[in-house]
Design a binder for this molecule. Structure first.
Ligand code: NAD
Ligand code: ZN
Length: 353
């Protein structure tokens, strides 16, 4: 089969490869729609998780089941499914500890385009189909469904880890698709004032749609100062990091109040150390909690998020700004994600309606 792959750091291209055979609990899925992720860009063009050779990219897909193993009970060929970016080994100690994202090793629940071939292929393999697939309801478009697999679960996880309380003030740094979903998640969790930090007009407009009350443009100067000015020097109760660079953690620690939470879902692709400012962290005694998390995956998470879309708690359509028709456009969509033109939030490639 054909797939679009990372050939090595900074190198991508089409390759021919066999797909992994389905074991007795697994499924083979043919993608109907896929989307490139900023994480694919970190992985390929920054070499952020090390070198990979001829590894098919992509971890955001909805598809149709073409084959299931003998022990798969809940899915059959022909089922249309949402495939989470994170497909853990559910029989692992980390799952018992409550962190399925790290089943059998740190970040190892993230398999597609990390430890195994991803979804930018004519077919792809899903481990433990009964635990990792979710049925796609007819009411949800392919474009929105593919946003559930990673953008929605990640952005919402940023809000979950931020432990937002009714009325908490929240700053969301980075308002690409993930940050936009963090804004939506913060609003659903009862945030009071929400401040989005970003610059591209298309993202600013979407941030307001999802619930941002104020926008701080990081191109207009120091974001800590801007947020302190907006909050009369008090800072915010919660910060969600969904973008930015090596300096962003320090900024987040500075702008969060004592007792606050800094919740990171950004994939830090460069640098060895993320500095934390000693004084702003109360010399280590400010009760400022720093947490970072990989998005939850698996079937139950997908089913719960699918319900939120199906029952109109959140409208994912605003995330998708570019739609391509045809498998061969995966390459163009990935490069678009790399170049990030001003009018882009997320591209989706429709392979088959
Ligand atoms: P994106 O590039 O569309 O959005 C990030 C935004 O941050 C951009 O709009 C950019 O302009 C902005 N930005 C850059 N520098 C900034 C600064 N100094 N201050 C504020 N904003 C700044 O990316 P995305 O698709 O929304 O993803 C966001 C991050 O989340 C990426 O690093 C991605 O790899 C990561 N991610 C993590 C997970 C996870 O499970 N934790 C899952 C998916 C994506
Ligand atoms: Zn991703």
């Amino acid at each position: 089969m054909k797939g679009f792959a990372m050939l090595g750091i900074n190198k991508v291209g089409w390759i021919e490869k066999d797909y992994q055979k389905a074991g007795s609990y697994d499924a083979i899925v043919r993608p109907l729609a896929v989307s490139p992720c900023t994480s694919d860009i970190h992985t390929v063009f920054e070499g952020a998780i090390g070198d990979r050779h001829d590894m098919i990219l992509g971890h955001e897909a909805v598809g149709v089941v073409v084959e299931v193993g003998s022990e798969v009970k809940e899915f059959k060929p022909g089922d249309r499914v949402v495939v989470p970016a994170i497909t853990p080994d559910w029989r692992s100690l980390e799952v018992q500890a409550g962190f399925h994202q790290h089943s059998n090793g740190m970040l190892a629940g993230w398999k597609f385009s990390n430890f195994k071939d991803g979804v930018f292929a004519e077919y792809f393999h899903v481990n433990d189909a009964d635990m990792n697939l979710a049925l796609l309801p007819d009411e949800i478009s392919l474009e929105s469904a593919v946003m559930i697999t990673d953008m929605m679960t990640t952005g919402f996880h940023g809000a979950e880890n931020a432990e937002i309380q009714m009325g908490s003030s929240v700053a969301v740094i980075g308002i690409g698709a993930v940050g936009l979903m963090s804004i939506a998640g913060a609003k659903l969790n009862g945030a009071g004032r929400i401040i989005g930090v970003g610059s591209r007009p298309v993202c600013v407009e979407a941030a307001k749609f999802y619930g941002a009350n104020d926008i701080v443009n990081y191109r207009d100067g120091d974001i800590v100062k801007q947020i302190m000015d907006l909050t009369k020097g008090k800072g915010v109760d919660r910060v969600i990091m969904a973008g930015g660079g090596i300096e962003t953690l320090a900024q987040a620690v500075e702008m969060v109040k004592p007792g606050g939470v800094v919740s990171n879902v950004n994939y830090h692709g460069t640098g060895d150390i993320l500095p934390v400012p000693r004084l702003a962290w109360g010399c280590g005694m400010a009760h400022k909690k720093i947490v970072g998390g990989l998005c939850p995956g698996g079937r139950l998470r997908m089913e719960m998020l699918i319900d939120m879309v199906k029952y109109n708690r959140v409208d994912l359509s605003k995330l998708v700004t570019h739609v391509f028709d045809g498998f061969e456009n995966i390459e163009q969509a990935l490069l678009l994600m790399k170049d990030k033109p001003k009018d882009l939030i997320k591209p989706v490639v429709i392979i088959e309606r």
